[in-house]
Every structure is written in C-alpha cells, then in structure tokens.
Design a protein around this ligand. Structure first.
Ligand code: Z5A
Length: 207
C-alpha cells in the first residue's frame, strides 16, 4: 500500500501556496507538501540555478527542460517515493505538468513533445501521480494578484508578457486532458477555492 500522489498546478497567482498552507494545517502529518522546482536538497540547488541565476532568463526551453527533469529525478527519489512508502499523501506544488505547459507550450519547444512522454515513462516509471488538481485562473487576474505583492517578488517566468501566460494556460489544459485531473475555478475567493480543494483532498485521502 502506498499513499496517494497528487499534483497541484496552475498559472501565476492562482493561490497554490495559500491553499497548500491551509491543507498542511488541516491534514497535519497525514500529508507531505512539497514543491518543484526543488523539494530535495540537490533539487533546491537546481531551483536556484533555474530561477535566480543571472543567465536563467535567457536559457532556452531545451536547457530548462533538462534541468527541470534532473531536479525532478532527485525530488522523486529522495522525497516523494519515501513519503509514499510511509503511506503519506504527497502533494507537490507543480510537477511534470508545468514542464509541459511552460517549456513545451509557452516557450514553444513543440519538438520536445514526444521526448516529454518518453521522459515521463522513464523518469516516473510506476510512480506517476494519481491525480492532478488544476487551479484555473485567467492570467490577467493572476498576474494582477502577483503584482500587488510588489515587482521585487517576480521571478523571470512571472515577469514575461501576458501572451506567454496565455500559452501556459492552454498548455496546462492540453496536459490535463491526458491525465486524471480535477479543475477548480481559482478566479473566485480564497474561501471558495479552499472549499473545493479541501473536498477533493478529503475524498482522495480517505479513499
Ligand atoms: N516551472 C517551469 O517552468 N517548469 C517546470 O517544470 C516547473 C516550474 C516545475 C516556479 O516559481 C516557476 O518555475 C514557475 C513555473 C516554473 N513560474 N513562475 N513563477 P515559484 O515556485 O517561485 O512560484 P509559483 O509556483 O508560480 O507560485 P507562486 O508565485 O507562489 O504563486 P501561487 O502559489 O499560485 O499564488 P500565491 O502566492 O498563493 O498567491 C499569489 C497572490 O495572490 C498572494 O498575494 C495571495 O494572497 C493572492 N491570492 C491567492 N489566491 C487568491 C484568491 N482566490 N483571490 C484573491 N487573491 C488571491
């Protein structure tokens, strides 16, 4: 018996961080909340390279695609699999759905599509997520929420033009059609989103 493996994904400013804080508070040590890029010691170092290197904003999709998969392999091995084997429900803030939406669709590396599904089989093997939960919000709303936090908070993905974020949204939807998923309308209030998110989690954790 292993725990459930759940991915929470979205575009910018959908409120993943907030919703995961609420989940951690409610479910305590029944769940492990983790994130990508990062989630293990080595993967957190790769996160720094991806998000904060001065060269990162000019890195092309192929470079980032490889870095995200490298970080994911360590995250899976060191954090996700051990927690699943302990019977915990693992919820990760972003996963391979983000690589598909950001690198392949938003950054436009369509030639990586076939390789993506091959990588997914080889890297995830029999440890593929049981469910993807997609918090859907129009980028104009999500980006406005982010900019209220102040421009110094924006990373190089968040700082891109709106058409990048619109493509990312289409990419996320395209990916979700191929995997078990639930969509939650994240344009509503924090409490309304939490109501739906909590309901999905309760069902998954007790089933
Ligand atoms: N990336 C990639 O390209 N490829 C990959 O394979 C992976 C990732 C795995 C990681 O950034 C970046 O890496 C990410 C994709 C790329 N691009 N970006 N950015 P990150 O980890 O630093 O950040 P993030 O994942 O985008 O999440 P975030 O910035 O923490 O946003 P969020 O979690 O969705 O939102 P939040 O921080 O909870 O809320 C944002 C603000 O909105 C905040 O002020 C809230 O109070 C407010 N908020 C939230 N919900 C609501 C509602 N419902 N109403 C009103 N206001 C709200």
């Amino acid at each position: 018996m292993r725990g459930k493996f759940i991915v929470l994904d979205s575009g910018e400013g959908a409120g993943k961080t907030l919703q995961l804080e609420k989940a951690a508070e409610l479910f305590g040590d029944k769940i492990l909340v983790t994130r990508e890029p990062g989630g293990s010691k080595y993967a957190e170092q790769i996160r720094e390279l991806i998000l904060h290197s001065i060269y990162a904003q000019n890195a092309d999709a192929k470079t980032l695609f490889a870095l995200f998969w490298a970080a994911r392999a360590d995250h899976l091995d060191k954090t996700i699999k051990p927690a699943l084997l302990e019977g915990k429900t693992v919820i990760t803030d972003r996963f391979d759905s983000s690589t598909y939406a950001y690198q392949i669709i938003a950054q436009g590396a369509m030639e990586l599509k076939e390789l993506f599904w091959q990588m997914r089989d080889v890297y995830l093997g029999d440890c593929k997520p049981d469910l993807y939960i997609y918090l859907d919000v129009d980028p104009s709303i999500g980006l406005a929420r982010k900019s209220n936090q102040g421009p110094e908070e924006l990373n190089h993905f968040e700082a891109r033009k709106i058409d990048f974020h619109q493509r990312q949204r289409l990419g996320c939807k395209e990916f979700m059609e191929k995997v078990p998923h639930r969509v939650i309308d994240a344009s509503r209030s924090i409490e309304q989103v939490w109501h739906d998110f909590r309901e999905v989690l309760e069902k998954e954790i007790t089933s």
